[in-house]
Design a protein around this ligand. Sequence first.
Ligand code: AMP
Length: 282
Amino acid sequence: MEVVRRVHAMKEVSRQARSRGLKVGLVPTMGALHEGHLSLIRRTKDLADIVVVSIFVNPTQFGQQDDFDRYPRNVTRDADLCIAEGVDYLFVPENGDMYTDGPRVFVDVEDLSARLEGVSRPGHFRGVCTVVLKLLEIVQPHLAALGQKDAQQAVVVRRMVHDLMVDTEILVAPIVRDDQGLALSSRNERLSEEQRSAALAIPRALEAARQAAAEGRRRSSEVVQAAQEVLEQESLLQVDYVALVDPDKLESVPQVGDKALLLVAVLAGDVRLIDNTFITTE
Ligand code: AMP
């Protein structure tokens, strides 16, 4: 595996791979890799000839400086994991190379970005879209893999790629959970023992919502309430939102239709945790 640090060098690698007719796949990450990231790498490896993993803790998608500063970083360990997975290139750009002369140009996907996470984290998706577009421009991948864990991010990025006519296929892979059901996240590293066990209420809440729908409760308010009740039993969790939405438009739906997406965001101390599940009527 080759570690590439400079934008121009990464562009050259990709240009050469493409000129040899090879299919390039990108897995964009912020590092502190776990099985969720590795699942994206494996999927990409199945579909592409060259796998590029990027690690960049993107300052423009963080609201507060301290959240950015506290984000876990361990590039040496990440590189070992990538080698073990057979990654071809690990792209680890510097901030100054990604934002020459500071951030000035932004990509904003209106409406979708303002909902849900966007309410509590204004500007977050503007930062995400800006950096993802930069990475797509640099790596020029045929496909890029994202996780369903960040469901709204996947919807927003898909919309950006579509509307800006970017020639990259966006693949969204399922959520990877630990054996107790907690969705893997780099932020889980920052949970105390007590917060971690309280966080197990999140997958229980998703299950309660699925169960409510399966039992025939069709009104959104009932399904949302089933999840909310489970979360509210945990004093260490502060609920930001529980919402049942259309999976593409992210608008609230009044009823569980063919397919709806239940999204949950909670705070455990200052650690923000998000999770989601599809709710069907079957
Ligand atoms: P991050 O490093 O948190 O920015 O995540 C990089 C990519 O990995 C994003 O597309 C995430 O949605 C995805 N991802 C993070 N956690 C998981 C998980 N538990 N299961 C599947 N994908 C994930």
